[in-house]
Design a protein around this ligand. Structure first.
Ligand code: AMP
Length: 279
């Protein structure tokens, strides 16, 4: 089975980290165009991001990792198997911050995403003049090439540096695992294993393992706060008034949960990263 991933760019390091954490062992040197996984029947192809949907559509690679923005813009109908939680960005309309914004109607819009923008404009029944640029889109209003731009925004710092601000969000994107629509039975089985491994890594990233000491009489109060995978593990301590409680908590509720635990008398709270969560 072959997987295509980005060789350089925003998704490259995260894609390699995901595969490595999912237990696929391979060596990538700076110039390598492919690598063989030595503990799983998988070959990794390192490609330009924009080429990945086509390579998967043609069946040269069976699966791939690319941004949803790249997939949709490519126009290829591939299966989106799993959102991967990295490479998050939004495709936005942005215009000069000091000028009033009156919509896109009959305006010149510079973009590297003409397909997505055209379909958005036609949904809104808004005629506009598209200026197709392959990069450095943010400079277009300054050069009077366009009135506004339609480009990806991640941190927003490139827009700010170019005196632009977001006016409309067109599309929310993140990296996704894609697959050719007609895989062999053997490759479908391999894909299921790959997805299971990736899911366990993604789930682990969102969770932390915590252990704490707490007064025995507070067990119920503390359990009510903990949104664990199952119920928490409670172990008696040599001090008979106290117990040790261990559980898994969600990263996005982390500080809120810790504050509540402390209020209920938890102490000596240890927090540990989780490598994988297999359900
Ligand atoms: P930022 O300054 O972090 O908002 O990034 C904006 C610049 O990076 C723009 O030129 C975008 O085209 C590009 N960019 C942002 N996020 C992504 C992404 N997920 N994939 C590819 N390019 C991106």
């Amino acid at each position: 089975m072959k997987i295509a991933i980005q060789s350089k760019g925003r998704l490259s390091l995260d894609s390699i980290e995901l595969l490595t954490k999912a237990g696929f062992e391979f060596q990538k040197t700076d110039r390598s165009l492919s690598a063989t996984v030595n503990n799983f029947p998988l070959e990794i192809l390192f490609l330009r991001s924009g080429d990945i949907p086509e390579i998967v559509a043609d069946g040269i690679a069976d699966i791939g990792i690319c941004g949803q923005n790249t997939l949709v813009e490519s126009g290829y109908k591939l299966n989106e198997i799993l959102p991967l939680g990295f490479g998050k960005c939004t495709l936005c309309i942005a215009s000069p911050e000091h000028k009033e914004y009156n919509g896109m109607k009959n305006k010149k819009i510079a973009t590297s995403y003409p397909r997505i923008l055209e379909s958005y404009l036609s949904e809104k029944d808004t005629p506009a003049d598209l200026v197709d640029l392959s990069g450095s889109v943010e400079i277009a209003p300054k050069l009077n090439i366009a009135d506004m731009i339609c480009d990806l925004v991640s941190t927003g710092s490139t827009l700010k540096n170019n005196g632009l601000c977001v006016r409309e969000i067109i599309f929310k994107s993140q990296a996704v695992l894609i697959a050719h629509p007609h895989l062999s039975e053997e490759n479908i089985e391999l894909l299921e294993k790959i997805v299971m491994r990736m899911e366990s890594v993604i789930r682990a990233k969102k969770t932390k393992y915590i252990m704490m000491n707490a007064p025995k009489k507070k067990i119920q109060d503390i359990s009510n706060i903990l949104p664990s995978l199952d119920s928490p593990t409670i172990t008696p301590l040599s001090n008979t008034e106290m117990v040790s409680i261990a559980t898994v908590i969600q990263e996005d509720e982390f500080w809120e949960t810790i504050d509540k635990l402390k209020e209920k008398g938890a102490s000596g709270i240890l927090v540990m990263p989780i490598e994988k969560v297999i359900t």
